[in-house]
Design a protein around this ligand. Structure first.
Ligand SMILES: NC(=O)C1=CN([C@@H]2O[C@H](COP(=O)(O)OP(=O)(O)OC[C@H]3O[C@@H](n4cnc5c(N)ncnc54)[C@H](O)[C@@H]3O)[C@@H](O)[C@H]2O)C=CC1
Ligand SMILES: O=P(O)(O)OC[C@H]1O[C@](O)(CO)[C@@H](O)[C@@H]1O
Length: 381
């Protein structure tokens, strides 16, 4: 069995590649990083080390890689013969890889009528559906019909904290012990793959929103508020009394939305929240704030971890999401010079001012009460 995985980065090697290899797949990574591709082809294996007191280690075997810049034809051949295609490249890169995926699937249609699932493992709602949209932009109407019959793009939620790291062994990845990978079974084509560690569910919405609005909202709160407090790591942020309290208060707000929307048990949900706060404070993980805060334009988007739960608060809860608004205000002020999106965000604010930037970046209507709440928080800081 062959799995073609786009993105041999932290989550690609540290999570998806590891689970797929253990499930018996040969894992063929596709990446633009020549050093990583060459090393994977030279060693044919790499190490994943658990970030806890035992540092338990596994060797991920049966792997190889293709450099998509230098060997574009090989990528198409790999897709044509794959049993599964996955991605972990980042939401902004999905439109870029859509071209190879469209061409690879075209080649496959010529060679076989075997079905294929393409699963985007990114931190976003509807990641695979978005990838499908980008792939389908390249197709004729007749091809779209053909692809509908043979290919599927089930959405997924993936959760494992894998910080940026520099190790002597360049392929080695240190990962937190916890992981969760949930896939929308209702959109799968063909047989359900047997992958230990993957949960297939009929309705992904509660899982992805629970994860995005807890792990990612909480992390974003720690990162943006921590940055405003002059801190460097998520650990620093979690040790800062005021930031920690704000993270907890923010997760109480998202938790209330989730509990009301999906009828979750409140106590069970709070256990989930506490577990996540425990994961953020893992002393064996050194997670720099700029990694977690990266891409503020994306993170301030209408469907992402801050604006979506804050807007839904008005639908499901009485009152105002004051803590989420405080985090959104901090995100709007994120000006880390090495983050291109932070630089673009600050340039936009200089040009348009905060209010127009909020309409533009967060997709909020002028009359939305969240706008004035965010403005209030911005003026307070
Ligand atoms: N690191 C983490 O803890 C988690 C990350 N994610 C998600 O996984 C995705 C990847 O994140 P990370 O692994 O942290 O980032 P990363 O930067 O470590 O990995 C991304 C990889 O994609 C490669 N890439 C870039 N452009 C490419 C292209 N055109 N074709 C093929 N490969 C390309 C990069 O060279 C890199 O190896 C993101 O969507 C992130 O939100 C999800 C859960 C956890
Ligand atoms: O990968 P993104 O969406 O930029 O955001 C970083 C977030 O992703 C994670 O890496 C994994 O969920 C979290 O650590 C963090 O909340």
């Amino acid at each position: 069995m062959l799995a073609v995985h786009f993105g041999a980065g932290n989550i690609g090697r540290g999570f998806i590649g590891s689970l797929l290899s253990k499930a018996g797949y040969e894992v063929c990574f596709v990446d633009v990083n020549a050093e990583v591709v060459n090393l994977l082809n030279e060693k044919k294996e790499y190490r994943v080390v658990l970030a806890d007191e035992n540092s338990q280690e596994e060797t991920v075997k049966n792997v190889r890689a293709i450099n998509s810049i230098q060997q574009p034809e090989e990528v198409l051949d790999a897709i044509a013969s794959a049993d599964l295609v996955t991605t972990a490249v980042g939401p902004n890169i999905l439109p870029i890889i859509a071209d190879s995926i469209a061409k690879g699937l075209r080649r496959r249609v010529e060679q076989t009528d075997q079905p294929l699932n393409i699963i985007a493992c990114e931190n976003m709602i509807g990641g695979s559906a978005f990838l499908k949209e980008k792939v389908y932009e390249k197709l004729s109407e007749a091809e779209k019909k053909q692809f509908d019959d043979q290919f599927a793009f089930p959405n997924a939620a993936v959760d494992r904290i894998v910080p940026n790291q520099t190790n002597e062994d360049k392929l080695m990845v240190s990962v937190e012990p916890f992981y969760e990978w949930v896939v929308d079974r209702s959109k799968l084509i063909g047989e359900v793959p047997t992958i230990n560690g993957v949960t297939f569910v009929e309705d992904l919405a509660p899982f992805i929103e629970r994860k995005l609005f807890t792990v990612n909202t909480g992390h974003a709160a720690a990162a943006y508020l921590g940055y405003q407090a002059g801190l460097e790591t998520i650990k620093d942020a979690m040790e800062h009394e005021e930031v920690l309290q704000a993270v907890k208060d923010t997760l109480r707000e998202t938790g209330t939305v989730l509990v009301r929307k999906y009828s979750f048990d409140y106590d069970e949900h709070m256990k989930y929240v506490n577990k996540i706060i425990g994961r953020f404070t893992n002393p064996f993980i050194n997670d720099e704030i700029p990694r977690v805060a990266r891409g503020p334009l994306r993170k301030l988007g209408q469907k992402d971890r801050l604006i979506s739960p804050a807007s839904q608060y008005y639908e499901f809860v009485e009152g105002q999401p004051v803590n989420l608004a405080k985090v959104i205000a901090a995100a709007l002020k994120y000006d880390f010079p090495q983050d291109d999106e932070a630089v673009a965000l600050q340039a936009k604010i200089t040009e348009l001012g905060f209010e127009k930037t909020i309409y533009d970046v967060c997709g909020l209507e002028e009359c939305h009460p969240l706008v004035s709440l965010i403005m209030e928080k911005l003026n307070k800081r």
